[in-house]
Every structure is written in structure tokens, then in C-alpha cells.
Design a protein around this ligand. Structure first.
Ligand code: SF4
Length: 444
């Protein structure tokens, strides 16, 4: 039989990227080989995101473009999965709109892809299979990893928080934690395959273990992963501020391989808006947790996410956000304009703000944060930091780039042979987003 090829397209977050690695692993187990172009594919899988409507629109455009390939090659199998498909009635609507699709499956039954592909090949008919509830976590699925140095490891699925702007709990279900031994076994396999860095993934890693029998929590998991020989760096995302315990901060300070970087999305600095967002904490609580990080893990970086222009946000609420940003002095912040996501309570709220107001506030917030990020980077001038070399710099092919333990991007001249190594680099220039360094002599 002639060689068959598969191609994957991923929209959205790191969880989706990790799921696509499993999809790729299953495709290879079915005998398909990866190919870069859709034109040469026999099986195309699109892993979708629905967090923003703009991502959905891009996905729909992509799906529409595939029709001409299906017209040319009726044996081509096109599958769509992920969060967009998991929404109520979305699969049926999508198939009506794009009848050239063969398989639509949801976030809870990824592992069924081989069965669904076999079904389509046997019957020639499209199939929709979207589970409404989560089911058991399926372990030991095959995986094709992207890269050889850094890997994502999903430690839990779903979210219990129901922030009013967010669709995730509706499409990813409730929190389910993987067993510690399964996670440690996966990290051990990655270490044996030569990976140096793992990022532990979950919508809210700080509530890891709450659904497991016994007393295990995220701090225990971090320290268990810290003991895996061969792994040099451990990162984690995302930490919900409400569930950030002292024990977890101390684990970061204590574990020699755990990177001192907390990504703690605050979203807003006004108590009125935090309540409307259903975030489950106040600005005072957040400021206290950030101070605790500075106290128990000195030198740790704190980054955040901020949403500007949430429904009903007044100028004084926005001033509270600016004030909180000034007080915490985030090392980095990802700033977003609020955009209504249908299917969430916030999309139905009164007092949606105009685009002009939102854009103006976003600009003012970014100006402030850029100043703070620059100041934070300037503190590293003259210091020697450990950098994990990822490869040549995207902006200057003659230089190498990598990240510090606290997640700053560093660019510096050096031989390509250093790729995949941890090297000491002295910081000689500091910009808002990038540091420039010089290699310090060391024993490889
Ligand atoms: S914590 Fe809130 S923002 Fe994060 S995934 Fe859960 S509902 Fe969405």
C-alpha cells in the first residue's frame, strides 16, 4: 500500500499544542507519516480553539479552503476537533456549513481518533462523535513530540472556576488530575529521550490533586518531578492566584530545578470588576500573595494576564488596575482587550465598552507595563544568568537565543554547538522584551 500522509493544524493554547502531539502520535501509530503541506495529505486534523471569536473565524476560513482539496481527492479524510467542536450543537452546525468534513470529535474523546478514521474509511460517511461529559483520563496514548529540548506535560484537565468571560469550563469540563506516578513516568521518559525542560500544564495547576484520593497537592507534585534525573528545568502554568499556597511558593524556592517564575493572571485591579469576573479574590488578596512570593522566593519573576475594558469597567476601576500593576511591578504582562465570547455570562452583561475606550486604556496600560518591564530587565545588567540555549535567534541568525530561569529572552553570540546546553551569560544590554548578553567561559 502506498505511504499515507497526515497534517495537523493547531489553534489556541499550550493545552491544544500538547493534545496535537497526541493526535500526531496516534496518526503515526495508524501508519501515517507527517507532512508539512495540506496538498500532500491523506488525513488532515484541525485542532480548534474557541476562547476568542477571532480564532473561530480563522478556523472557519481554514476549513473552507480545504474544500477544493476534498473535491480533487474524495479519499482525503478531514477531521476537526478541540474546543470549538465541543460547544453545544457546534459540530452539527459546522458539518452543515462544511459538508466536506469527515470527522468531528470533541475534547473528551481525543483517543477515539483511530476508530473514527477507520469508520470513515469503511463507510465513506461523515461522523460526529462529541462526548458531553469527561470520562476517565486515558493514559499511555502515543505521542509525537515537537522539538527535542522542551516538552509540555499536561497534569490536569478542565476547570472549575467559571470566570464570567471564559468559555473553557464549558468545553473542557471539570478539573481532573492525572495521577502523580503517571506524570512522573512521562517526565522520566522525556528525560531519557534527552529533554531538559518540562512545563507542567493545567488551567489551574494550583488545584492539582484536589480530586485525587489522599493528600497530594501541586507542591508535592513539583517536588516529585524535581527528583527526576536528567530534567534540568521545570516550569508550570497557569496558577490561579486564589489557590496559590505558601507551601507551593516554598516548593518553588526549594526545588533546585523548579524555575522561579510565577505566571499569576490577575486580570483586573478593581474589586468591583474582579467580582463581576467571578475571579474569587480581591485586589488586597492578590497583593498579599504577590508579596508572599517576593518574601518566600526572593528573586522570582511574576508575570500576569490583564483584561482591559471588561463590561462596566469605569475609569476609576481602570485606575485601580494601573495602581495594582505599579504596586506589583510585574516582570511581564500579557494584556488583552476584552472581547465578548458568546456562551459566557459576560457577553450578556450591560455596559459593554466602546472599542475606542478599550483601545485607549490598553495603550495606557501597555505604556506603563513596558516601562516596568524595562526597569525589571535593567536590574539584570552586569549579572551572569543561566540560559538554556534553544537555537539561533529568530531576529539575528548569527546569534543564539534562550531563556533565563525567570523566563527572560536572551540573545548572545556563540557557536551553534551550544544548542541544548545550559550556559552562563553576562547581560550587557537590556530592552523591554529582550536581553543581550555575552557568553562567560565555562566547562561544557
Ligand atoms: S480559571 Fe477562569 S480564565 Fe482560567 S480557564 Fe478557568 S474559567 Fe477560564
Amino acid at each position: 500500500m502506498a505511504q499515507q500522509y497526515y497534517h495537523t493544524v493547531t489553534f489556541g493554547c499550550q493545552m491544544n499544542e500538547r493534545d496535537t502531539e497526541t493526535i500526531a502520535g496516534m496518526c503515526e501509530e495508524m501508519g501515517y507519516t507527517n507532512v508539512d503541506s495540506v496538498e500532500d495529505s491523506d488525513l488532515i486534523i484541525i485542532n480548534t480553539c474557541c476562547v476568542r471569536e477571532s480564532a473561530e473565524n480563522r478556523t472557519l476560513g481554514h476549513i473552507g479552503n480545504l474544500k477544493r482539496l476534498k473535491d480533487k481527492n474524495p479519499d482525503l479524510v478531514i477531521a476537526v476537533c478541540g474546543c470549538m467542536v465541543q460547544q453545544e450543537q457546534a459540530a452539527e452546525t459546522l458539518l452543515k456549513r462544511a459538508p466536506h468534513l469527515d470527522i468531528l470529535f470533541g475534547t473528551h474523546n481525543l483517543h477515539q481518533l483511530p476508530k473514527l478514521v477507520a469508520h470513515v474509511k469503511e463507510t465513506g460517511k461523515s461522523v460526529i462523535d462529541v462526548w458531553q461529559s469527561e470520562g476517565e483520563i486515558v493514559e499511555h496514548l502515543p505521542t509525537r513530540r515537537e522539538g527535542k529540548l522542551k516538552a509540555f506535560v499536561t497534569i490536569m484537565y478542565g476547570c472549575n472556576n467559571f470566570c464570567t468571560y471564559c468559555i473553557v469550563p464549558y468545553v473542557r469540563g471539570r478539573e481532573r488530575s492525572r495521577k502523580t506516578e503517571d506524570i512522573v513516568a512521562e517526565v522520566t521518559r522525556l528525560a531519557e529521550a534527552g529533554f531538559l525542560e518540562v512545563t507542567l500544564l493545567g488551567q489551574n495547576v494550583n488545584s492539582y490533586g484536589k480530586d485525587l484520593p489522599g493528600e497530594v497537592d501541586f507542591a508535592d507534585l513539583l517536588l516529585a518531578v524535581n527528583d527526576v534525573p536528567g530534567i534540568e528545568r521545570i516550569r508550570f502554568t497557569t496558577s490561579h492566584p486564589r489557590d496559590l499556597s505558601d507551601k507551593m511558593i516554598l516548593a518553588v524556592a526549594q526545588g533546585s530545578k523548579i524555575c522561579e517564575h510565577f505566571h499569576l493572571p490577575v486580570q483586573a485591579g478593581s474589586n468591583r470588576i474582579l467580582t463581576k469576573m467571578n475571579r474569587g479574590y480581591t485586589r488586597e488578596y492578590y497583593l498579599e500573595r504577590a508579596a508572599k512570593v517576593r518574601e518566600l522566593a526572593p528573586g522570582a519573576a511574576i508575570s500576569t494576564d490583564l483584561i482591559v475594558g471588561f463590561p462596566g469597567e469605569r475609569e476609576e476601576d481602570f485606575a485601580d488596575t494601573l495602581d495594582l500593576v505599579q504596586k506589583v511591578e510585574f516582570d511581564a504582562a500579557y494584556t488583552f482587550l476584552y472581547s465578548p465570547r458568546s456562551g459566557t455570562p459576560a457577553a450578556e452583561m450591560q455596559e459593554q465598552l466602546s472599542a475606542e475606550v478599550k483601545k485607549d486604556r490598553l495603550r495606557r496600560l501597555m505604556d506603563l507595563q513596558n516601562e516596568i518591564s524595562l526597569r525589571s530587565n535593567q536590574k539584570l545588567l552586569g549579572k551572569v544568568v543561566e540560559v538554556l540555549v534553544e537555537g539561533e535567534s529568530k531576529t539575528d541568525k548569527d546569534k543564539l537565543s534562550g531563556r533565563t530561569r525567570t523566563n527572560e529572552l536572551v540573545v548572545f553570540p556563540g557557536p551553534k554547538s551550544l544548542q541544548g546546553k545550559l550556559v552562563p551569560v553576562k547581560i550587557v544590554e537590556a530592552g523591554t522584551w529582550t536581553l543581550v548578553g555575552e557568553l562567560v567561559s565555562f566547562q561544557a
